[in-house]
Ligand binder design. Structure first.
Ligand code: ATP
Length: 275
């Protein structure tokens, strides 16, 4: 049995096939079934009092893939991501990143990963430049000044660099937060609704920056989003959750065919009503 098959969910639909190709990649980008996935979520559960926020979730994210974690409000996406980051300890099961159990060994892997969410604010009283310096030092970035200069150029931060972060517009804060998330050139990037507060034009701009980063770095991205068009554009594969459980997995187009829907939007609405 290959490593990928070991992570097959017990009850739910298609897992990433070892013969699959990332949609955004090229045919040589087959996931190696014997290579450890970048992220492996195994029998993951989180109980809050009597409520199971995450209930026996299994999936993998092969190296270099972009996987979307979808589901309605309260489905368990943020709790799953928090366990993958090692911020919430699972009640049962484990979340592995680059071969390390995040509940016990996150110190070994934190410098190789990063996170962005518009709901997690950067320190508001620091200027943008100070925030980038602080997070760069926390992540132990070598040649930090040069890395910050690259990010200023990539994310067009020159005009806000010496402004206090807390007083920026939502769109400007998102640009800074994505730049912060890339400061350590992460191999694994977790994004919780990265474009939630942006207008369509800015959202597309951020997606283009993320695509460029993923391509240059070969990074692995796990992305939660309520924007199905965004997911179709960015993701090779999606995992859909409802009430703490995985209810469907597959490539966006395959899922639409499987559920006889026109697109992922319709799949989402269908599963939200029946799952
Ligand atoms: N710290 C907590 N204490 C108690 N219950 C919690 C806690 N965190 C999350 N929950 C509950 O767990 C469930 C899953 O929440 P979670 O935030 O993971 O969902 P989500 O899929 O990210 O939702 P949304 O799309 O609305 O952000 C919800 O019912 C929520 O109320």
């Amino acid at each position: 049995m290959s490593r990928i098959e070991r992570f097959l969910p017990r009850r739910h639909l298609t897992q990433v096939s070892p013969n699959a190709t990332p949609a955004q990649g090229n045919p040589s980008d087959l996931p190696n079934p014997d290579e450890a996935p970048a992220i492996a979520v195994e029998d993951l559960c989180k109980q809050y009092r009597t409520h199971w926020a995450v209930d026996d979730v299994n999936f993998i994210v092969p190296k270099g893939w972009t996987v979307g974690l979808l589901g309605g409000n309260g489905a368990g996406k943020t709790t799953t991501i928090a366990m993958i980051m090692g911020l919430v300890v699972p009640s049962f099961g484990r979340a592995m990143v680059l071969g390390h159990d995040m509940a016990t060994e996150r110190h070994k892997v934190l410098s190789r990963m990063n996170f962005e969410s518009p709901y997690v604010a950067l320190p508001g009283r620091l200027t943008v430049r100070q925030n980038l310096m602080v997070f760069g030092r926390l992540y132990g970035v070598a040649n930090l000044k040069a890395r910050i200069e690259e990010l200023i150029e990539d994310f067009e931060l020159g005009d806000v660099l010496d402004r206090v972060t807390g007083r920026l517009s939502a769109g400007q804060k998102t640009r800074v937060a994505v730049a912060k998330a890339l400061i350590n050139d992460p191999e694994v990037l977790l994004l919780d609704e990265p474009t939630a507060s942006l207008d369509p034009d800015r959202a597309e701009w951020v997606r283009s920056r993320l695509r460029a980063y993923q391509k240059r770095r070969g990074a692995t991205i796990l992305l939660s989003s309520h924007n199905m068009t965004e997911v179709e554009q960015l993701c090779d594969f999606v995992v859909i959750m409802s009430h703490g459980r995985v209810v469907a997995m597959g490539r966006p187009r395959e899922l639409a065919e499987r559920f006889k829907c026109r697109d992922l939007d319709e799949v989402f609405i269908y599963l939200a009503r029946v799952a």
